[in-house]
Design a protein around this ligand. Structure first.
Ligand code: HXC
Ligand code: NAP
Length: 291
């Protein structure tokens, strides 16, 4: 048994049609690959059709599955509506929406122009809203059950310095997840989220740890399990949350970060740095105060 192995049973997503925004790279690509292996048809979208086509070719060859590439800027309502229409035309239905597309970069907030701030809010929050509203209305109007998986971050609830637009937008996406999980349950539409810790991808690492920052701030040291995530681990969780096996899971955000955010949060977690041989002395010092 190994966490880099596929988890769900063969055919777990047979006959499902999934849309993965930002599915041409990084974690979106990893989820797409696994959904295909499990029998789903997958629509991948982003602004770069060439990149999508290369990914589709690679994944179709690897899995024997069927991928539809659609150029779609999630910030643009008309693009999203057109993406929905072409999916219905090609695949006849939509069962699963994964709001994975995101934009992000590190910057002191006072250095940001108002439009730089907007560009992140627009991709992450408005993009998720556009896709959710477009496909959600289709499901509701046609009495179709659906499931939405939103990819957020652990700083959706802690906040984070130097990625403030992303933190604001992801917090909004988490609020949307929990709100619609309740409101649209009556339409048989489920909403869940995944909050990943560090999973190395080109897109994230180039913008969040440029230059030698990746060596300077070794992400593994921030994680109690002392490693970063493997893409298959996230794909396993995502596949479960979009599959019928999680039918009673609704409104949940599942953290997959090796304990990273809790390590930063616990008041005395820094005591991990105390060598074990020091604890006898510390215990003695504490007990001596009693006398
Ligand atoms: C300050 C910056 C900047 C930077 C861009 N801008 N980069 N400001 N510091 N490093 C400003 C620009 O000057 C411009 O402002 C505005 O932001 C929009 O920039 P454009 O390049 O015109 O925008 P666009 O082409 O739409 O690109 C969007 C982008 C880009 C977000 C800036 O990085 C992108 O395409 N990203 C997509 C992929 C991505 O980000 N993946 C990482 C996700 S990782 P002005 O004022 O000139 O208009 C993630 C992980 C979270 O979310 C958690 C990790 C643990
Ligand atoms: P990534 O490869 O850069 O993925 C982001 C994707 O979003 C890209 O494929 C990009 O494609 C697409 N995208 C960006 N702007 C778009 C727009 N306006 N319209 C449509 N698509 C757009 O980075 P990643 O690390 O895999 O991130 C995937 C998700 O995981 C994101 O939601 C991110 O916030 C989340 N996450 C990642 C980590 C991590 O450690 N990697 C941690 C926490 C959360 P184009 O540029 O071609 O449009």
């Amino acid at each position: 048994m190994n966490y880099t192995q596929p988890m769900l049973r063969e055919g777990a997503l047979t006959d499902k049609v999934a849309i993965v925004t930002g599915g041409g790279s990084g974690l979106g690509k990893a989820m797409t690959k696994y959904f295909l292996e499990l029998g789903a048809k997958v629509v991948i979208t982003s602004r770069d059709l060439e990149k999508l086509k290369n990914t589709a070719k690679e994944l179709e060859e690897q899995t024997g599955g069927k991928v539809l590439c659609v150029s779609c800027d999630v910030r643009n309502w008309d693009d999203v509506e057109a993406m929905k229409d072409v999916t219905l035309k090609e695949f006849g239905k939509i069962d699963i929406l994964v709001n994975n597309a995101a934009g992000n970069f590190i910057s002191p907030t006072e250095r940001l122009s108002h439009s730089a701030f907007d560009s992140i809010l627009d991709i992450v929050l408005k993009g998720t809203k556009n896709c959710t509203l477009s496909i959600g209305k289709h499901w509701i109007d046609n009495k179709i059950a659906g499931t939405v998986l939103n990819i957020v971050t652990t700083y959706s609830w802690t906040g984070s310095a130097f990625v403030v637009p992303s933190a604001c937008a992801k917090a909004g996406v988490l609020a949307m997840t929990r709100s619609l999980a309740v409101e649209w349950a009556k339409y048989n539409i489920r909403f869940n989220a995944i909050a990943p810790g560090p999973f190395p991808t080109k897109g994230a690492w180039e913008r969040l740890l440029p230059g030698d920052l990746a060596e300077k701030f070794d992400m593994r040291k921030k994680v109690p399990l002392r490693r970063v995530g493997e893409h298959q681990e996230l794909a396993n969780l995502a596949a479960y949350l979009v599959s019928d096996f999680s039918a009673f899971v609704n409104g949940e955000v599942v953290t997959i970060d090796g304990g990273e955010w809790l390590q930063g949060a616990g008041e005395f977690n820094m005591l991990e740095q105390i060598p074990s041989e020091m604890w006898d002395m510390l215990e003695m010092m504490i007990k001596s105060k009693k006398k």
